[in-house]
Each structure stands twice: as C-alpha cells, then as structure tokens.
Design a protein around this ligand. Structure first.
Ligand SMILES: C[S@@+](CC[C@H](N)C(=O)[O-])C[C@H]1O[C@@H](n2cnc3c(N)ncnc32)[C@H](O)[C@@H]1O
Length: 239
C-alpha cells in the first residue's frame, strides 16, 4: 500500500546469499530502502545492518520490525475500539503542518478525521508497537483519502481540489472517506500478518533471532562510524 518501486525482492536476496556464500555472518545494506535485504537475509540467519536516508524507508522498516513484536489479541482489541470512534470529534494536539505542495490535499472533513486519529494514536494507544502500527496505517492511506495522486516525482491534482491550473480535468476516481480507507487498510495489514508466508503470530521465534539494526542517515556520513572488517557481505544498490 506504500508506493516504493526501488525495492529488492526477497527471492533475489535469498538467491544471492545462497549462491555466493556458504557461511552466515553480518550483512550490510548501505542503501536499505524499505529493508527487504535486511529481513530477507535475517530469514537465512544473517545479522543485518541497514542505512537509509529517507524517513519513508525508515518508517516502513520500523513498522515491519514492530509488527513482529505485537500481540495479536491486543491488536484485535484496539481495532474493535477504533471502529466506533468519531475521530473528527477529537481535538488535535498538533494538527498536521502542510507544506506548499500539500495544501488543500484533503477535504476539511478528512483532515479533521486524520488529525483526530493521530491524536488518538498518540494519547490513547499505550503499547508503543501498536502505536507505530496504527500511525503507519494512516500513512498508507494518505493518497487514497486525498485529492492527489503521486506521478513520478510530482503530485497530480484532482479537479475537485479546485487548485488545478491546467485546463484538462484530472479525475482520480473515488476519494475514500477516512474511516472507510482506514478500516480497509487495517484489515489488509492484519490479513498480511496472518498469511502463511508471514505467519508472524503463529511462527515460533527462535530465542535468539539475529537482529536487524537500522541507522537513519546518509551512508556517506554513517559508514565511517561502523567497525572495520565487521561485515561479511555487502548488498548494495546503487553499487
Ligand atoms: C535502490 S533503493 C534500495 C532498495 C533496498 N536495498 C531494498 O531492498 O528495498 C536505494 C535507496 O537508497 C536511499 N539513499 C539514497 N542516498 C542515500 C544515502 N546517501 N544514504 C543512505 N541511503 C540513501 C534511497 O532513499 C533509496 O531508498
């Protein structure tokens, strides 16, 4: 649900590691994106370190890390509670701050719901893993509930936003009400977590699973802080 086109596939990471090296050890991905190389290598027993510059890549990697630590019962309970809340009635602590290119992206109703929901997550969802998970769900639906669509490096604006300067009328189709989009997204995320491939809640985790370390920053500054000769395998794109 998050548009990120540059990611590796887990199969490719498995293939490379299985083909190029027999022994496990420490892996580094200095441009770790959404963390595919980190999670896929850990599945094979590697201890993985990633460096990523963009907050969006780090947010996705962290959401995946917390998903592994959530309790299914607590998650289902919170989802039930959320279903009945009118978020627009919650006074936001710190409403989202727009930058010029996002001004007017949401209807007032949607923006009120979004602000109320984020405040609810901050103040009422106590478990830090659940908090990250629920905030991430809102992040995933931003485009669906907005008058915009990402198009390469730019945003295209639906005519209903009333800010298009061009004559051609762009209609992005259904603009989802916040609550509907959120519910769909949460259901999808839980379905993903329960599917056989992920199996996060059923899987017996080894007592000492190799860890994933994520460093948020530029590898140009962070690489020199890492220990010399520590890594056994570097998987990187760009090369
Ligand atoms: C091709 S993608 C990496 C995909 C990743 N290996 C995966 O499996 O998802 C390149 C990533 O490098 C990040 N990046 C660009 N410059 C960077 C820098 N100086 N330091 C760290 N990350 C950087 C970009 O934000 C982008 O997410």
């Amino acid at each position: 649900m998050v548009k990120y086109k540059e990611g590796f596939s887990a199969q490719m990471v498995h293939y490379l590691l299985n083909t190029l090296t027999a022994k496990r050890g420490a892996l580094l991905d200095p441009f770790s994106g959404t963390g595919t190389a980190l999670f896929a290598s850990r599945e094979l027993g590697w201890e993985a370190t990633g460096i990523e510059l963009l907050p969006v890549g780090c947010a996705i990697t962290k959401a995946r890390q917390v998903a592994e630590q959530m309790e299914l019962k607590a998650l289902q309970q919170e989802m039930k509670t959320i279903r009945d809340i009118d978020f627009s009635a919650i006074k936001p602590d710190s409403p989202i701050r727009h930058i010029a290119i996002t001004e007017g992206a949401f209807s007032q109703e949607t923006e009120d719901q979004l602000n109320g929901y984020l405040t609810y997550c901050e103040n009422r969802v106590e478990d830090p893993h659940l908090k990250t998970f629920f905030r991430f769900a809102a992040f995933c639906i931003l485009e669906r509930v907005s008058y915009t669509r990402k198009d390469g490096q730019y945003l295209r604006w639906d005519y209903r936003a009333g800010r298009s300067l061009v004559k051609s009328k762009f209609d992005k189709g259904k603009v989802y009400p916040f609550k509907e989009a959120l519910q769909l997204q949460l259901d999808l995320m839980v379905e993903d977590l329960l599917c056989d491939d992920m199996d996060l809640f059923k899987r017996k985790k080894p007592k000492k699973e190799p860890r994933i370390r994520l460093i948020q920053g530029s590898c140009l500054e962070e690489l020199c802080k890492l220990d010399d000769e520590y890594f056994d395998f570097i998987l990187t794109s760009p090369p």
